[in-house]
Ligand binder design. Sequence first.
Ligand code: CA
Length: 218
Amino acid sequence: MKSIQLTEQIYSYMLEASLQETIIQAELREKTASLPGSIMQVPPEQAQFMGLLTKLIGARNCIEVGVYTGYSALSVALALPPDGKLIACDVDPATTKIAMEYWQKAGVSDRINLRIAPALETLKVLIDDGDSGSYDLAFIDADKTEYQEYFEALMLLLRPGGLLIADNVLWSGRVAETSFKDADTEALRKFTLSLKDDPRVSTSLLPVADGLLLAVKL
Ligand code: CA
């Protein structure tokens, strides 16, 4: 075991020592913490990493599947060039209303195109519009049982060399416990395993937050 086991103390150190977060991002985190679904918000060090990846690959066109209150979308949007675009897919008008408020405050709302509809429908619309092969970065963080379908649609939409990031692939460790056989856990196991043998991608599973699976489209 060469991976460090995070404790509260080490985690606090990590944030104190290296978290780069704007005031608006911090305010959105604070606002979201009081909401019932706040567990769905990606932690700040993960969003920072996603922002770094966005810059690293020089992404201009991005897609996010699952927005919640918009923290990860905000982090990616802040990392985009001014003419960059992020299509943000979600079904919840209430949580995304909060998201839009903070995107506005941060001055990046013109980079984010929110689509309130089931994500698979939105992805199909993008494919039908001829957008295949034009996206640099995609983030999957919605219904766990639909990851495989999001992935297949996003494989069409991403350009070769485009990066796909799937969230929650370690699912609080449940994926590693054979006794967990619920639909979400099974779907995440199956999805992760399918990418391992998929010749269309090179992958890396990182124990960041709840497990991030990175896949580059070859
Ligand atoms: Ca998540």
